[in-house]
Design a protein around this ligand. Structure first.
Ligand SMILES: Cc1cc2nc3c(=O)[nH]c(=O)nc-3n(C[C@H](O)[C@H](O)[C@H](O)COP(=O)(O)OP(=O)(O)OC[C@H]3O[C@@H](n4cnc5c(N)ncnc54)[C@H](O)[C@@H]3O)c2cc1C
Length: 404
C-alpha cells in the first residue's frame, strides 16, 4: 500500500481546483437543462468517464486522478453529473457485457448526458433479497413484453432509459431465471409515480409500473437468463463508490460542526466548552481520519490494477453510519434551533442570529444520511458481508429457513 501523492498528482489537483474555482456553478442547479449544461461542461473539461477506455470516449485516467476530481468537487461543493446511473452503472456494464452495436448506440450519449438513465432493480418484495424479483418479461417474436412493478427508482422522473432486471424463466432457481434489459422510459405502458421522501423532496425517486411494455430483443444485455451475473458487475461498481468524495464531504461537515460548537448558542453558552461535546468531537475527527486511510487503501488497491474486495463494504458501512452520527450530533448541539426548516416564519427563523447562514438545512442534513445506510446494500447486509467474507464467520441462518 502506498498512500503518497506524486508531484504529478499534486499538479493535477491544482489544475482541477482552479478549473472548479472558475467554472463551478455559484447557485444550486434547479432545472434539468441547467444540470445537463453543467454535465456537458464537466465532460468537455475531461472530468466525465475519466477512467473509461479511450476507445469508448474515456481517457483511461488512473484511479488516483479520478479520486482527486471527486474529492475536489466535494470540496468546492460542486454538483455532480446529471447521469449518475448512466456513468456509474450502465457504461461500465456495457463495456464489460454489451455488444459493439449496443456500445455504439448508448455510450456516447451517456457521456454527453443526452440520455439520462435509471436503475430498475428493487421491487416491493425484492430489495436486500434482490433475486426474489417478480417483474416478468415474456418473449413475443423479436420483442419482450414486460409486466410488473419496480420501486425506489432514483432519477426515474427524469430518466430517458433504464436498466431493468426481469424474470424470464419462472421455473428456474431464482438466481437463474433473470435477464437484464435496457428499456426506453418514454414508451406507452410505463407509469412513473414520484415518491415523497422523509426530507420532503418529491422528484428524486419513484415507483415504476409496467403494463405490456414492449422491449426489442436487441435491448437484452448478455444472454437470456444470465442477468444475475451481469447485475453483479453493475453492483460492484455501485458499491465501490466514491469514498474519497464522501470523506471530503464528511470533513466539511466536521469543519462546520467545529465552527458551530465555537459560536455562542442562543443561551450565551458555547458547545465547545462542554467536556462531553469535546469528547464526541474528538471521536468524530479520529473516525474521519480512519475512513480517509481506509479510502486510500481502496485506491491503492485499484492503482495496482486489483479490484477492492469486501473492504469496500467496511468503507460503505463506516461512512454511511458516520454521516448519520455527525449530523445527529449537530442537531444535538443546536437543540430546538436545529429543527428550523427553510420556509419557517421569518421571526422564528432569524431569532438565533449566531446561526443565520445555516437556516433550514439541518433537518435535511440529518434525515438524508438515513438513505445512505439503505441504498447499495443496507448496513445489516454490509455487516453480513464483512462477517462472512472478511472475518470468516459462519453464514447467516435466515429465520424463514430455521427449524422451529
Ligand atoms: C435513497 C434510495 C435510493 C435508491 N435507489 C434505487 C435505485 O435507483 N434503483 C433500485 O433498484 N433501488 C434503489 N433503492 C432501493 C434499495 O436498493 C433498497 O431499498 C435496499 O436494497 C433495501 O431493500 P428494501 O428497501 O426492500 O428493504 P428490505 O430488504 O426489506 O430490508 C428491510 C430491513 O431488513 C434488513 N435485512 C434484510 N435482509 C437482511 C438480512 N439477510 N440480514 C440482516 N438484515 C436484513 C435490512 O437491513 C433492513 O433494515 C434505493 C433506496 C434508497 C433508500
Amino acid at each position: 500500500m502506498d498512500l503518497r501523492y506524486t508531484p504529478e498528482d499534486e499538479a493535477f489537483r491544482e489544475q482541477v481546483r482552479s478549473w472548479l474555482a472558475a467554472n463551478a456553478p455559484r447557485a444550486p442547479l434547479r432545472t434539468t437543462e441547467e444540470k445537463r449544461a453543467w454535465h456537458r461542461k464537466l465532460y468537455e473539461a475531461g472530468y466525465i468517464g475519466m477512467g473509461w477506455p479511450k476507445a469508448y470516449g474515456g481517457r483511461e485516467a488512473r484511479p488516483i486522478e479520478q479520486a482527486i476530481v471527486i474529492e475536489e468537487m466535494a470540496r468546492a461543493n460542486a454538483p455532480g453529473s446529471i447521469n449518475w446511473a448512466g456513468l456509474g452503472l450502465v457504461g461500465p456494464t456495457l463495456i464489460h457485457h454489451g455488444t459493439d452495436a449496443q456500445r455504439e448506440r448508448y455510450i456516447r450519449n451517456i457521456l454527453l448526458g443526452d440520455e439520462i438513465w435509471c436503475q430498475l432493480y428493487s421491487e416491493p418484495n425484492a430489495g436486500s433479497d434482490l433475486a426474489a424479483l417478480q417483474c416478468r418479461a415474456d418473449i413475443d417474436g423479436d420483442e419482450f413484453v414486460v409486466n410488473g412493478q419496480k420501486i425506489w427508482t432514483s432519477t426515474a422522473p427524469d430518466a430517458d432509459m433504464g436498466i431493468l432486471l426481469v424474470r424470464t424463466d419462472r421455473n428456474a432457481p431464482k438466481h437463474q431465471g433473470i435477464s437484464y434489459l435496457m428499456v426506453d422510459m418514454h414508451q406507452p405502458g410505463i407509469e412513473v409515480r414520484p415518491l415523497r421522501q422523509i426530507t420532503g423532496i418529491q422528484d428524486e425517486f419513484a415507483e415504476v409500473f409496467f403494463s405490456n411494455v414492449r422491449v426489442p430483443a436487441d435491448n437484452l444485455i448478455g444472454e437470456l437468463n444470465t442477468g444475475w451475473r451481469i447485475a453483479q458487475t453493475t453492483l460492484s461498481y455501485e458499491r465501490g463508490g466514491d469514498t474519497m468524495g464522501i470523506v471530503a464531504r464528511l470533513q466539511q461537515s466536521v469543519e462546520r460542526l467545529l465552527q458551530i460548537t465555537a459560536r455562542p448558542l442562543p443561551d450565551g453558552t458555547r458547545a465547545i466548552d462542554d467536556p462531553l461535546t469535546r469528547q464526541k468531537l474528538g471521536q468524530i475527527v479520529a473516525e474521519v481520519e480512519v475512513l480517509r486511510y481506509a479510502s486510500l487503501r481502496i485506491i491503492s488497491t485499484l492503482e495496482k490494477g486489483n479490484q477492492p474486495g469486501p473492504e469496500s463494504s467496511i468503507a460503505k458501512l463506516h461512512y454511511s453510519e458516520m454521516d448519520k452520527r455527525v449530523n445527529a450530533l449537530i442537531l444535538d448541539i443546536l437543540g430546538p434551533y436545529g429543527q428550523i426548516t427553510a420556509g419557517a416564519p421569518a421571526d422564528l427563523a432569524h431569532s438565533p442570529d449566531s446561526m443565520d447562514s445555516d437556516h433550514g438545512n439541518w433537518p435535511y442534513l440529518f434525515l438524508h444520511p438515513f438513505a445512505e445506510t439503505i441504498y447499495a446494500g443496507s448496513s445489516e447486509i454490509q455487516k453480513n458481508i464483512i462477517g462472512e467474507r472478511v472475518l470468516g464467520l459462519p453464514k447467516e441462518v435466515r429465520a424463514d429457513r430455521m427449524n422451529r
